[in-house]
Ligand binder design. Structure first.
Ligand SMILES: [Mn+2]
Length: 227
């Protein structure tokens, strides 16, 4: 099979729709977590669930944090805004998603999909984080490719002999140009980005301009594993 990896959609329906229009009809779609936390949470879930078995899901921290007992990274006003717009069934659906997925991809082999790292859904590391600090997260992992997201910036690097790629973010990318970032896998590893027209919705802080990529990268490096 070939796979489109759509990470960190963050409820951005116009970005998702722009990407869906570019995905080959026969490709499996992997939703890499943090799918709903954003301006169009219910509509985004409905769009993807409407595609049926073609879509495989893993859970991100922002999906998990919609369940009241789970606390974490996402600001409380955002959790509240999104929670009010999701049904109990939708929150439960997100909470029950698996944290990892393995697929055999044509021309690539065994691909492990996780949200942040094989260890948890919150680890931060970037293209710049020294390999010796990141390698422990991948101890014991056997795969031909590992796909992560969570930091909303793409990369392609080798860690402890494993090829590890960050899919970037469909809905809330820090990359320039501003666009929806995703991966198409099989037979190559293609880092893709797709332009889209943003839409406002009232989601807290969403309409503020995003900080420049260099600023976000420096912030994430200061919070990266082992820093
Ligand atoms: Mn995340």
């Amino acid at each position: 099979m070939s796979v489109a990896a759509l990470y960190d959609v963050h409820g951005n329906l116009p970005a998702l729709d722009a990407v869906l229009a570019e995905i080959p009809d026969d490709a499996t779609i992997v939703v890499g977590g943090d799918v709903a936390m954003g301006p169009f949470p219910s509509e985004t879930l409905a769009r993807l669930r409407g595609l049926g078995d073609r879509v495989k899901w893993i859970r991100g921290n922002a999906d998990r944090e919609l369940t009241p007992e789970e606390k974490g990274l996402v600001p409380a006003d955002r959790v509240e805004w999104v929670s009010e717009r999701l049904s109990e069934e939708e929150v439960a659906f997100l909470h029950e998603l698996p944290t990892r997925l393995v697929l055999e991809v044509r021309g690539i082999g065994r691909v492990l999909f996780v949200h942040a790292s094989p260890r948890n859904d919150v680890d931060i590391f970037t293209a710049l984080t020294p390999e010796e600090r990141v390698a422990p997260l991948f101890e014991g992992v056997e795969a031909d490719l590992v796909v992560v997201g969570h930091t909303h910036m793409q990369f392609d690097r080798t860690i402890a002999g494993l090829r590890v790629v960050n899919a970037g973010s469909v809905g809330m990318s820090y990359e320039e140009p501003r666009a929806a970032y995703w991966l198409l896998l099989g037979p190559e590893v293609e880092h893709r980005h797709t332009p889209f027209q943003p839409r406002v919705s009232g989601f807290a802080g969403w309409d503020d301009p995003l900080p420049p990529r260099s600023e976000v990268l420096a912030l994430f490096e200061s919070r990266a594993v082992g820093a």
